[in-house]
Design a protein around this ligand. Structure first.
Ligand code: BYC
Length: 341
């Protein structure tokens, strides 16, 4: 295994040991140069290709956090499956939550190709070392939240995730192609659910939609991460082609796309400073409360403890399934051993 360390080999006595270290370093430099050239050429990196240790760690961090977001993201919506208003809405919600579990699996599998086991990744989630998206630390208080999550949260997720389909790490890019197809369905079902309530619903239903949009708007635009000038990972991740578009640029694209959709829906977005800027050909928006964002990311949001508690409980309750699967696998392996004479 190659590392980024400056000295990795002990000199070998009597075998021209002095020359080994410079030779090793020269090899490392050549590997690094070849890697950089491949990134510059837009090549994809596969699991067995040489990669700098920092590139590997950055990917494990981002992909595992993304996977955790998917499985934690099942919780706020799962909360409403038994309270869906019609069989059709219940079937749609069930399918959506199941898709999110599947996205988590693709992403854990992509992270595992970088040498971290699923158990390690989940332990980091359960002990609070790994992050997951801030958005899932907010409560789902009304049925309208199911529509708003689809429209705004999945809408923001797609805006952020489509560029990751071109991420330089091929297993992540491949997983994202499949995930984005499903996410776009998620976004549309949410918008359609809200449109139905706004156009065919009662005044109370329309008020429920507006109240829901008021609560989710600011957390949704925080999902894109801190402003570019306060984003410690962005420059390197952009250089490596892990991120293709910056946090602020994606946030702006999302806001510009959403304003028009809000008009069609007939809701207002809760930002009095949101207005079209003719010179920039983009919307200006009010200032984002980054202290709230960091508080939520740091573990002190409205539902952080509940969400993490639910994941830890699911892990503990599933222990017998993992043990049974391992016992079955070892029985199978023993049965396949040739019998001794
Ligand atoms: N929440 O340097 P930065 C979904 C952290 S959608 C929590 O800009 P980076 C779904 C960041 O990790 C959501 N933490 O970081 C939708 C970093 O901390 P560490 C999942 C956040 O990585 C519907 C620090 O802040 N999507 O799955 O360059 C239903 C500084 O940030 C957040 C993804 O994960 C946040 N919102 O950029 C179900 C997409 N934002 O790690 C599920 C993939 C930032 O250094 N991820 N932080 O301790 C990404 O695109 C990037 O990781 C981010 C952050 C844009 C999120």
């Amino acid at each position: 295994m190659y590392t980024q360390a400056m000295d990795t080999l002990e000199p070998e006595p009597g075998k021209g040991g002095q020359a080994v270290q410079p030779a090793k370093q020269a090899e490392e430099v050549a590997l690094q140069q070849r890697f950089d050239a491949r990134i510059d050429a837009g090549d994809f990196i596969e699991p067995k290709d040489w990669m700098p240790e920092h590139y590997r760690k950055t990917l494990v961090r981002q992909i595992s956090q993304h996977a955790h977001s998917e499985i934690v993201g099942m919780l706020p919506e799962g909360n409403w499956i038994s309270r869906a208003p019609t069989l059709k809405r219940k079937a749609i919600l069930l399918a959506k939550v199941q898709d999110e579990g599947g996205h988590g699996l693709y992403l854990y599998a992509a992270a595992e190709t970088l040498g971290s086991s699923r158990d390690q990744l989940l332990a980091a989630l359960h002990t609070g070392k790994a992050k997951y998206s801030s958005i899932f630390n907010y409560p789902t208080l009304s049925w309208a939240d199911m529509g708003t999550i689809g429209w705004l949260v999945d809408g923001a997720a797609i805006m952020n995730q489509v560029p990751i389909c071109r991420c330089s790490y091929a297993p992540y890019a491949r997983a994202m192609v499949r995930i984005c197809r499903e996410e776009s369905f998620h976004q549309r079902q949410g918008y359609e659910a809200l449109l139905t309530m706004m156009q065919q619903g009662t005044d109370a239903q329309r008020a429920m939609v507006q109240e829901s949009v008021n609560r989710w708007w600011w957390p949704s635009i925080q999902m894109f991460g801190p402003p570019d000038d306060q984003s410690p990972n962005s420059a390197q991740s952009m250089r490596w082609g892990i991120k293709r578009i910056s946090n602020d640029a994606l946030r702006q694209k999302f806001i510009d796309a959403t304003v028009a959709q809000a008009k069609v829906l007939g809701v207002t977005l809760p930002d009095p400073d949101l207005k079209w800027n003719e010179a920039r050909q983009q919307h200006d928006h009010g200032s984002i409360d980054w202290s709230e964002f960091w508080r939520v990311v740091g573990g002190d949001g409205p539902c952080n403890r509940e969400r993490l508690g639910a994941r830890v409980k699911a892990w503990q309750d599933g222990a017998w399934v993992r043990e049974a699967a391992l016992a079955h696998a070892s029985k199978q392996a023993a049965a396949e051993q040739p019998a001794c004479a």
